[in-house]
Structures are given as structure tokens and as C-alpha cells.
Design a protein around this ligand. Structure first.
Ligand SMILES: Cc1cc2nc3c(=O)[nH]c(=O)nc-3n(C[C@H](O)[C@H](O)[C@H](O)COP(=O)(O)OP(=O)(O)OC[C@H]3O[C@@H](n4cnc5c(N)ncnc54)[C@H](O)[C@@H]3O)c2cc1C
Length: 488
């Protein structure tokens, strides 16, 4: 049996490992951390559970093609209930609460009542969302692989996608900021600013389309539940998961991958699948830099998505979910950036996230603040900066929700440095920024001049996220199957 080593036990690593092991390979995953999951994780502090990754999961609806992959890997099953929180997102504006409902018609009705002068833009939004609803992330087989259950794009499906092409083309050219500026009513502009300004508008509308189609839910157990299911699937298939096992180097001899180097020595393999964040892996794992074009393009052209994440445990009930974004009277500073608005995900409706009568809240400040935090660390100000951010957040929360005053049990801040430390990702990144003009094309993970070396992970297709990680893992397993003439 040919030996495959997978570097990393995040979504992409577990996916690659499960599909390769199921195809008959002898797979070992080396994971540097003490638990599997990578970015797909949650953590407990003083009785509160902070959901660290799954906010909306594409493919959580059984109607989607992706759902079957989540099921194949054990991340989801028909027994895992999926909650579709509705409203999905809210903002407060001029004394009113504006909501993004899953049903785009319901959202539009509310917005039209608020701002009849935006009728044309609202109608165009609804039309675009309904067109994009039909577009799914493609799951196909790579060229030349033998498969038992081939997955190809049918002509009918391709034809049904045609109307979406001009819409995608138009939305890919403009930023979310440009798109939201089409609305005259400032409250509506704010409502659609849940995506960072610089992202291309298609990211925003694809998310709305996914919600409208009934997808993008939250599976019971969240990130930890999904990873536990994948880990079990892999182990039940006979795969080996080595935790606390960092790979220092991928060994290549005469253009052929022969294994990896660990602290404890050399581990031989016929093929290696790298799922450490792609840019960091290229910089750290190879003696001779890889010159592959798609790797160079990724490094030069696609920015990593980075955030500062905050979890708060409150000994009081905040029943509203999500906690609507509100404009701060006094802005706060996060890593030198001014934050004018804040809102929170609220897990109070879910069992086990907070003690009885208490609330677990989370929020994330998007933006590449890596260099700021790094400098703070080097200058010995890191903990002080985190504390001052925590104090500011507590202050604004207590002003807005006075029942929380003196009742903050815990506040936990994960900076880009935290993500870098736990997952080895470049700048602690967990997705890619898809700017206007960037293409949504996938990168194959194939390295032309090095036999037996493959990549998978969220960076392989912008904007990334769990579905890309999942699909790229499956693709990497197919690449290994093709190399050895094995049926996938
Ligand atoms: C705050 C936040 C919110 C998010 N929200 C969503 C969401 O709502 N929906 C969504 O789809 N996605 C979301 N994501 C993104 C999603 O979690 C990630 O894109 C995805 O989990 C990445 O998976 P991956 O396998 O590609 O990479 P990773 O999770 O980074 O996995 C790589 C693994 O490799 C290990 N590793 C690295 N280097 C080595 C080495 N040298 N040796 C051994 N092991 C190594 C790491 O420890 C890690 O376990 C969110 C992420 C964050 C942080």
C-alpha cells in the first residue's frame, strides 16, 4: 500500500486524508497542534464556549452538491440538526433595527418601506440574488482520474448557469463599498457593510444568495462537532493521526517527494499533501523555493484575510440575536484602526455555549493588523494592547446593555499572532481577500516539476473558507490517485 503523508488536520487535511485513505492509501496526518481542526475550532473559557469559525456554512443544506462531501467526510450527517438563524444580520439606524433576513423578498420589503427612493437598486439586488442562487460551487473530478462515482458538470447545469455569468462579471468589477453606495439611505448602506469594503461585490451577493436558497446554516456542535465527525471517519477507515507532530521540512530528492522531516526524524512517504496555509508552507517547508506559477501568483496578487477575534462571557442574559451593529458615540481603537461600529454574534439560543442565565458573545474586527500586533509584541506592549482593547469593548457593551455592567466573566482576544501560532498560517490568515478584478478560478494544488507533492487548503480558491478547504482536499486525494493509477 502506498504511503501518503498529509501535513495538517484542518478541514482540508482531514478531507484529503479521508478521501485518500478510502481510496486504499496508507495515510498518516501530521498535525502540529494538540487537537485537530486548525482554523475550524472553538475554545472554552470559564464555562463559555466561543465559536471560532463556523458562522455560516455553505453546503449545510441537503439540497446542495457540497452537502454530500460534508457527509462523505463525516463533518455533517442527516442526524446533525442545522440552525438557520433569522435574521442573519442586523444594524441599528436612527432608532430602527434593519435586518438581513434569509428571504431576500422579506429583506427587500422592509428596505422599500424605509427608503422608497432606493426602489430600483433594491429590485436589482433581489433580481441578482435570485440569479446567483442557482450557482453552486462546482464539485467535479480532475482530468485523468479513475472514479467509481464520476462527478461532472452536466450540460443542463451549465446552461442553467449562463444567466449568472453577466451578473458575476458585473459584480466582480466593483467593491462592496461601491455597491453599497448605490443605496441613498445610509441605514441600508450600513446593513450591507457586513462584508469588508474592499471585497468585491460578488462576495456580498453570493452570501445573500446562499442564505436565500436555504443554505448557510449553523450545524449543531459547530466547528468542534464537524471536526470530531471528520476525525472519527478518518480513524474508522484505519488512518493515523499524529498530534503534536510538526513537519519541519518536505524532503524532495531528484524531483521526487520522498517524505517529511519531523523533530523526531524522517518519515518516508510516496506522496505528501501540504495543507499548512500555502504561502507559509512555501516559505518554511522547502529547501529549494518552489517556482510554480500559481504559487507565485498567489503570493504576489492575493491578499490574505486576517482578523482580531473577541469572545465575551457575560453573567447576564442578552436575548437579542444577533446583537445588532450599532454606531459608537466614542469610537474605539483596535490595533491602531478606528472602529466606529460594533455588533456581536450571540450564542444564547444554543445549549452548552454559556452557563444558565449567561451569554456568550463573539465579534471579529476584519483587516490586516498583523504588523501592528507583531510590533506590539516585539516592543513588549502586546498584553497591554490586548487589555486596553478588552477594556474599550467592555465599556461600549456596558453603556449599550447596562445589565452587563460588572458582569463580564471573561473576555478573550485572539490576534493574527494567535492564529499564526496555532496554525502556522501566513499572517494568521484564514481566507483570501477577493478584490474587484480577482478571479474565482481554482488553483489545482499540483506542482509540475515535483512528483508526489500536492497542496490543498483554503487559499486554493478565493475567497476561500471551509467549502474551498473541503473541495481542495478531495482534489488533492484525486491527484494522488491519478499519480498511482488508483481508482478514487
Ligand atoms: C474568525 C473566523 C471566522 C470564520 N468564519 C467562517 C465561516 O463562517 N464560514 C466558512 O466557510 N469559513 C469560515 N472561516 C474560515 C475557515 O475556518 C478556514 O478557511 C478553514 O477552516 C481553513 O481550513 P484549512 O484546512 O485550509 O486550513 P487550516 O485550518 O489552517 O489547517 C491547517 C492545519 O495545518 C496545521 N499545520 C500547519 N503547519 C504545520 C506543520 N508544519 N506541521 C504540522 N501541522 C501543521 C495547522 O495546525 C492546522 O491544523 C472562519 C475563520 C475564522 C478564523
Amino acid at each position: 500500500m502506498k504511503k501518503v503523508i498529509v501535513i495538517g488536520a484542518g478541514i482540508s487535511g482531514l478531507s484529503a486524508a479521508i478521501y485518500a485513505q478510502r481510496s486504499g492509501f496508507n495515510v498518516t496526518i501530521c498535525e502540529q497542534h494538540s487537537i485537530a481542526g486548525g482554523m475550524c475550532t472553538s475554545w472554552r473559557r470559564k464555562g463559555y464556549l466561543f465559536e471560532g469559525a463556523v458562522h455560516w456554512l455553505t453546503g449545510s443544506s441537503p439540497k446542495t452538491v457540497l452537502y454530500q462531501l460534508w457527509k462523505d467526510t463525516g463533518a455533517l450527517s442527516d442526524n446533525v440538526p442545522v440552525t438557520c438563524h433569522d435574521p442573519f444580520y442586523s444594524v441599528e439606524w436612527e432608532g430602527k433595527t434593519l435586518n438581513i433576513y434569509r428571504d431576500i423578498d422579506k429583506t427587500a420589503e422592509q428596505l422599500l418601506a424605509l427608503s422608497p427612493e432606493d426602489k430600483k437598486v433594491i429590485e436589482s439586488l433581489v433580481k441578482d440574488v435570485k440569479t446567483l442562487e442557482k450557482v453552486e460551487m462546482p464539485v467535479t473530478d480532475i482530468k485523468g482520474v479513475k472514479t467509481e462515482n464520476p462527478k461532472r458538470m452536466s450540460l443542463n447545469l451549465l446552461l442553467s448557469l449562463l444567466p449568472s455569468l453577466p451578473v458575476i462579471g458585473r459584480l466582480n468589477k466593483i467593491s462592496c463599498k461601491d455597491y453599497t453606495s448605490f443605496f441613498k439611505y445610509r441605514g441600508i448602506q450600513k446593513l450591507f457593510q457586513f462584508m469588508p469594503d474592499e471585497y468585491c461585490a460578488s462576495s456580498l451577493l453570493f452570501t445573500l444568495a446562499s442564505l436565500h436558497s436555504g443554505d448557510g446554516g449553523y450545524p449543531e456542535g459547530g466547528s468542534l462537532g464537524m471536526i470530531a465527525g471528520m476525525e472519527k471517519t478518518f480513524k474508522d477507515l484505519g488512518g493515523a493521526l499524529l498530534l503534536n507532530t510538526k513537519v519541519n521540512k518536505v524532503n524532495i530528492n531528484n524531483g521526487k517527494t520522498i517524505g517529511v522531516t519531523l523533530e523526531s526524524g524522517f518519515l518516508e512517504a510516496d506522496a505528501v499533501i501540504v495543507t499548512q496555509e500555502t504561502i507559509a508552507a512555501c516559505e518554511k517547508l522547502f529547501d529549494i523555493p518552489l517556482k510554480e506559477k500559481w504559487l507565485c501568483d498567489l503570493k504576489e496578487k492575493i491578499s490574505p484575510a486576517v482578523c482580531t477575534f473577541v469572545g465575551i462571557g457575560v453573567r447576564a442574559e442578552i436575548k437579542i440575536s444577533p446583537v445588532p451593529v450599532w454606531t459608537l458615540d466614542t469610537p474605539i481603537k483596535c490595533a491602531g484602526e478606528t472602529i466606529n461600529e460594533i455588533g456581536f454574534y450571540n450564542y444564547s439560543g444554543l445549549k452548552g455555549y454559556a452557563p444558565e442565565g449567561c451569554t456568550a458573545l463573539t465579534t471579529a474586527f476584519m483587516g490586516d493588523t498583523y504588523d501592528y500586533w507583531k510590533k506590539a509584541k516585539e516592543e513588549g506592549r502586546y498584553n497591554e494592547e490586548k487589555k486596553s482593547l478588552a477594556d474599550e469593548i467592555i465599556r461600549v457593551l456596558c453603556v449599550k446593555y447596562p445589565q452587563t455592567e460588572g458582569k463580564i466573566d471573561v473576555i478573550d482576544i485572539a490576534t493574527p499572532l494567535t492564529y499564526e501560532r496555532y496554525t502556522g498560517a501566513n499572517k494568521g490568515s484564514w481566507m483570501s481577500v477577493m478584490k474587484p478584478g480577482d478571479k474565482m478560478t481554482g488553483r489545482s494544488g499540483f506542482v509540475k516539476n515535483t512528483e508526489g507533492l500536492y497542496f490543498a487548503g483554503h487559499r486554493l480558491m478565493s475567497p476561500g473558507g471551509m467549502p474551498v478547504a473541503l473541495v481542495s482536499g478531495r482534489t488533492a486525494a484525486q491527484l494522488v490517485c491519478r499519480q498511482f493509477g488508483v481508482t478514487f
